[in-house]
Design a protein around this ligand. Structure first.
Ligand SMILES: [Mg+2]
Length: 268
């Protein structure tokens, strides 16, 4: 769970100072951003109600996720939220937004921990998108991230994870980071940015290399690393001590407590 948050923190500096350098330095100005805030909001929605849903309950469940997104936005409005999301969160009524950006995928990691079958994870991920990313491309990306975490924590091999995601979501995950990187640009569109974040994990040797792969793509670094880090932690089952030490004091204690609570309940 914290693997996603650490990725967000380490990537935050490089979201505005894009780098292609794999050996980039950790920057002291790094901070948690909207990726962390909304990942924790998903944790909270699941802590409040972790009951499985049926297909026809997706909209109703979506309201519970959306309620937490709005609430957490109100606690941390300056955490780097995009304009479209901020406008949605400040609106008096629950509008349905159709964003195709990666904002739903960046907060999907907890769903992969909390549920134990593929169909339920697909339903929950779709519900988490209902009010903010009601768009097939964004939904698919959120589902792919949650499923990747689920498969990784169930000790599936990287080949199995790649094959499953390629078949289910029709992503091309056969590419290597070194081949993607040279032409990669900052673009938050889900179909553009989420498959490379998954590849950053598939092409890694440990947690830190997943984060470094993701950030040194030179794009939406905090989100790329949040996704890659969330999957990598589920797969490698550890985050290095120097990363924990670097990030730990940068996480707001309220967010940390909710994430810990979630970890205690759902990350066995
Ligand atoms: Mg961010």
């Amino acid at each position: 769970m914290f693997g996603a948050i650490y990725g967000d923190i380490i990537g935050s500096y490089y979201e505005t100072h894009c780098t292609k350098d794999y050996n980039f330095e950790f920057q002291k100005d790094s901070t948690f951003t909207d990726d962390t805030v909304l990942t924790v909001a998903v944790c909270k929605a699941i802590l409040n109600n972790s009951d499985p849903i049926a297909r026809w309950e997706i909209r109703k469940r979506g309201l519970e996720y959306a309620g937490q997104f709005r609430q957490y936005y109100s606690y941390y409005p300056y955490a780097g939220f995009g304009n479209m999301f901020s406008e949605w969160a400040r609106c008096d009524s629950f509008k349905v937004n159709h964003s195709y950006a990666n904002g739903a995928a960046m907060r999907a990691v907890p769903i992969g921990y909390a549920y134990d079958n593929v169909e339920q994870i697909l339903f929950q991920a779709k519900a988490s998108c209902y009010y903010t990313h009601n768009n097939s491309e964004a939904i698919k990306a959120a589902q792919a991230v949650a499923i990747a975490v689920f498969l990784a924590r169930n000790r599936k091999s990287k080949n199995d994870i790649r094959e499953f995601l390629e078949n289910k979501f029709h992503y091309d995950l056969s590419r290597k980071i070194k081949d993607i990187k040279s032409n990669y640009v900052f673009n938050s569109r889900a179909s553009y940015s989420v498959p490379p974040a998954i590849i950053a994990f598939l092409d890694s040797t440990d947690y830190e290399s997943a984060i470094r792969n993701a950030i040194s793509l030179g794009g939406d670094a905090d989100t790329e690393a949040c996704i890659a880090g969330g999957i990598a932690e589920a797969f490698y089952r550890e985050t290095p001590k120097h990363i924990v030490d670097f990030c730990d004091r940068k996480i707001d204690s309220t967010l940390k407590n909710v994430a810990f609570d979630f970890k205690k309940h759902f990350c066995k």
